[in-house]
Design a protein around this ligand. Structure first.
Ligand code: PEP
Ligand code: MG
Length: 886
């Protein structure tokens, strides 16, 4: 097979084979841009090497042939003592893995060719010896695993001896001595001399790049980013160009637009007389790219021309790396550049205006996660306020509050109405209460999948993790950072999007995108490019999507807001929420009622309250479907806690009080106590056990609908029965409900549908039978996930998910994004068998997954009619449903 491609043989679509860097170098070469000649060794060669432990047959000969033709083209031979060709050896996988794998520069230098390099550079000895010491350093570290600090110490010693801190003050003699020192370090650690043979250097460097695919940090990065482990990396062998040959040389990076805001213009940094790694290492400060115009106008103009050309060609924001060698511009890399959420929308809109892409493509270029980010409030920073530390943006949002170091203190202060930020080295399951009480969470350890990060995201709470500049001392109740000491009660502000930490309070401003969705910003008349772009792309998504988007809401206010956000109905109105607060006592009476009269009284008291609830919601959702779910309480949420009750009774008895009533309550609560309430007397089971409960609700729904219709409105109720596992359960409820509906509705013209949730695995597997008794299904993917996996949705996220994520057992919590293979399969089976039994069966989903981008694509593909999600997720679901459809 063909393992080596000349740059002229590849193109940008060959990323699988040539990696991102190689494919784009090839593309630029074929565009006629100034790319230093070279070739790419394929990912297939790497895969073969990694599986067999040796280079595949034929690879060495192909490298030889491509090297020879490179040498011919350059008119120089690799490592030739008189006039050497030098090459860089660079990794480049299909997906960018920044800093994860290896690069070796200046391959081909040795004790003899270093002299030739000096001659080539016009007698520049300093440059030649500096290049040589860089080779030994990089080669030693990456190819032979010599500890990098040893080289750095030797370099520091050399500077110290010279009385300077600047590399540039070391002259040729100093650097020659440094090369000797480096060679000794190399020999000490490897037991051999630094290889002088250029081809051996090249082969070892290539092999090291292959091996770096399986470096520990690369494995970890892939696991977190869900990059398959078997892709392998390509290796690019590129003839060296030098940005460190004097003031007429230099190196830089640039973006074709601002990756922060999307604004058009020239964004980049330049460093004269330097090589790429100097920029990364921050040895000297870069200057804005615009200053290159003064330094070298020809190269600057050429660069701008190339940037325009690349944008037009890639039809997107590109980022580039370039080097100028003695006034000659070279392109070292380009790729479609990363950008912020705001820039993604703005740029997509601009590219449509420029005629480079159409609206379908614009919709592809943005996503729901970005839109969700734009909906969080942000810090209002008038000028560049420096953060005091920077960690990982683990869960987005902006939060200010008083610092606390323990969960207990967080709970205390929050109860007093204070905003608190819980600061820990890392959190553990014991911190859950504190995390719930806090406005935000800040840790000095741990990444995006640490306990703190996972739990905070699950709660939608702002979190910065891994801010490792913080020295957190929990016993002393303080942390130190950059010379500041912050104690309990001091105020800090954290930005969970950028990971930045600020001392003191930073004012928070609402998101313009939310203001737009709420209807207070008119996209046609404001000068905000982001809002205009969001409006345009959302409008297109709405036109394209096949999935309807409903909301989960159980109050008129939530329903109204969701409707402004574009909800096309309510997919889940959880009625148990209507029984909390003052009404809890009525429910308690109902559940514990011995028999007829008591129960009827409790129900009669609840009926008008329920009816009023539904009238309010039907009015807000006038003309749109409203799925009302009959009560589904895990019983323990409605009864007084057993222990508390037992203590109260004992205390009262002690005091000689009359406790007959309390004792009756206690024994009833004991009788109904459940070890696993989530698997207990819930949903339809409760409806079947407590006569009259569901009937009261059905009556309230029907009466409310009729009342709204009488006022000239249109109510479209859909009654949904929860937790059904067998068709007989549904049939029983249905028979009773139909009688009541017929009686209430009469000839009012109101139409009431009856359907069921599919949230118990057995329901999914018997969906064909259940569909006989249901006019619609709504998938309750929260319970379906809980029961499908057999883990408690209320307990496990904080308890062990962080470990599962770390191990890669799943890439994301299955409560957040649907487990397509397992739980999703149940959805698929139920959808197919349900529709087969009852063509036209309406299908929706109302678990949390309804607002998750990947899950929305899954539900689209399965062919559901709608997703239903919390009001704030409605725009995200609309966007993703549109993206799924194009
Ligand atoms: C579900 O289980 O997915 C669902 C929507 O119901 P709940 O979350 O109320 O159990
Ligand atoms: Mg449920």
């Amino acid at each position: 097979s063909k393992y080596v491609y000349d740059f002229a043989e590849g193109n940008k679509d060959l990323k699988d084979l040539l990696g991102g860097k190689g494919a784009n170098l090839a593309e630029m070469t074929n565009l006629g841009l100034p790319v230093p000649p070279g070739f790419t060794i394929t990912t297939e060669a790497c895969q073969a090497y990694l599986t067999t432990g040796r280079e595949p047959d034929g690879l060495a000969a192909q490298i030889e042939a491509h090297l020879e033709s490179l040498e011919r083209e350059m008119g120089r031979r690799l490592g030739d003592p008189a006039d050497p060709l030098l090459v860089s050896v660079r990794s480049g996988a299909k997906f960018s893995m920044p800093g994860m794998m290896e690069t070796v520069l200046n391959v081909g230098l040795n004790d003899r060719s270093v002299i030739g390099l000096s001659t080539q550079a016009g007698g520049n000895d300093r440059f030649a010896w500096d290049s040589y010491r860089r080779l030994i350093q990089m080669f030693g570290k990456t190819v032979c695993e010599v500890p990098g600090e040893e080289f750095e110490h030797a370099l520091d010693d050399a500077k110290h001896a010279k009385g300077t801190r600047n590399d540039l003050d070391l002259d040729a003699d100093d650097l020659r001595a440094l090369v000797d020192a480096y060679k000794k370090i190399f020999a000490k650690h490897t037991g051999r001399e630094f290889p002088q043979e250029p081809r051996e250097q090249l082969d070892l460097a290539i092999r090291a790049v292959f091996d770096s695919w399986n470096a520990e940090r690369a494995i970890l990065y892939r696991r977190q980013e869900r990059i398959p482990a078997d892709l392998g990396t390509a290796v690019n062998v590129v003839s060296m160009v030098f940005g460190n040959l004097g003031p007429d040389s230099g190196t830089g990076v640039a973006f074709t637009r601002d990756p922060g805001s999307g604004a058009q213009g020239i964004y980049g940094d330049y460093l004269a007389n330097a090589q790429g790694e100097d920029v990364v290492a921050g040895i000297r400060n870069t200057v804005p790219l615009q200053e290159l115009e003064q330094l070298d106008k020809t190269s600057y103009d050429q660069l701008l021309g190339i940037m325009a050309r690349l944008e037009e060609h890639y039809k997107d924001l590109c980022d580039i790396e370039f080097t100028i060698e003695r006034g000659k511009l070279w392109m070292l890399q380009t790729r479609v550049g990363k950008r912020t959420a705001a820039a993604a929308f703005v740029i997509a809109g601009q590219l449509v205006d420029e005629g480079l892409i159409d609206l379908d493509e614009a919709l592809h270029r943005v996503n729901g996660a970005q839109l969700a980010q734009l909906m969080f409030p942000r810090f209002q920073l008038d000028h560049d306020v420096p953060p005091v530390a920077r960690g990982i943006g683990a869960s987005p949002g902006a939060a200010s509050g008083k610092v606390v170091f323990t969960s207990a203190r967080a709970v205390e202060l929050a109860a007093e109405g204070e905003s608190v930020i819980l600061v820990r080295r890392e959190t553990n399951p014991d911190d859950l209460n504190g995390m719930i009480a806090a406005k935000g969470i800040l840790t000095s350890r741990g990444g995006k999948t640490s306990h703190a990060a996972v739990v905070a995201r699950g709660m939608g709470k702002t979190c910065v993790s891994g801010a490792d500049e913080l020295e957190v001392n929990v016993p002393a109740k303080k942390f130190t950072v950059g010379g500041h000491t912050v104690g309990e009660g001091d105020v800090v502000s954290i930005d969970g999007t950028t990971g930045k930490v600020y001392l003191g309070e930073v004012p928070v401003m609402p998101s313009e995108v939310v203001q737009y969705f709420e209807g207070s910003l008119d996209p046609e008349h404001i000068d905000n490019p982001l809002v205009r772009a969001v409006h345009r792309i959302m409008t297109h998504a709405d036109g394209a999507r096949r999935l309807r988007v409903r909301t989960n809401a159980d109050t008129g206010a939530d329903a109204a807001r969701a409707r402004r956000f574009g909800a096309e109905g309510i997919g889940l109105c959880r009625t148990e929420h209507m029984f909390l607060g003052d009404r809890r006592e009525l429910v308690e009476r109902l559940i514990l009622a011995g028999g007829g009269r008591e129960r009827d009284e409790a129900l009669a008291a609840l009926l008008p309250l329920q009816r009023a609830d539904f009238v309010e919601i039907f009015r807000e959702m006038d003309g749109l479907p409203v799925t009302v779910r009959l009560i589904d309480p895990p019983l323990h949420e409605f009864l007084p806690p057993l222990e508390q009750l037992a203590v109260n009774v004992a205390v009262a008895q002690e005091r000689g009080e009359d406790v007959a009533k309390e004792e009756a309550l206690l024994s009833a609560v004991r009788r109904m106590h459940e070890e696993n309430p989530m698997l207990g007397l819930r949903g339809v089971r409760l409806g079947l056990v407590i006569p009259g409960l569901f009937a009261m609700q059905v009556r309230a729904i029907a009466e409310a609908a009729v009342a709204v219709a009488r006022d000239g409105g249109t109510a479209c109720p859909e009654i949904m029965v929860p937790l059904v596992g067998a068709v007989q359960e549904l049939e029983t409820v249905r028979a009773e409900a139909e009688k009541i509906i017929a009686e209430v509705v009469g000839d009012s013209g109101v139409d009431v549908l009856i359907g069921t949730m599919i949230e118990v695995p057995r329901a999914a597997l018997t969906a064909g039978q259940i569909a006989e008794a249901a006019e619609f299904f709504s998938f309750g993917t929260n319970d379906l996930t809980q029961m499908g996996w057999g883990f408690s949705r209320d307990d496990v996220e904080g308890a062990f998910f962080w470990r599962y994520l770390e191990l890669g057992i799943f890439g994301i919590s299955p409560f957040e994004s649907i487990d397509a293979d397992g739980v999703g399969r149940l959805v698929r089976i139920a959808a197919e068998e349900g529709r087969a039994a009852r063509p036209g069966l309406k299908l929706g989903v109302c678990g949390e997954h309804g607002g998750d981008p990947d899950s929305v694509h899954f539900f689209h593909e399965v062919g559901l009619d709608y997703v239903s999600c919390s009001p704030f997720r409605v725009p995200v679901a609309r966007l993703e449903a549109g993206r799924a459809a194009i």
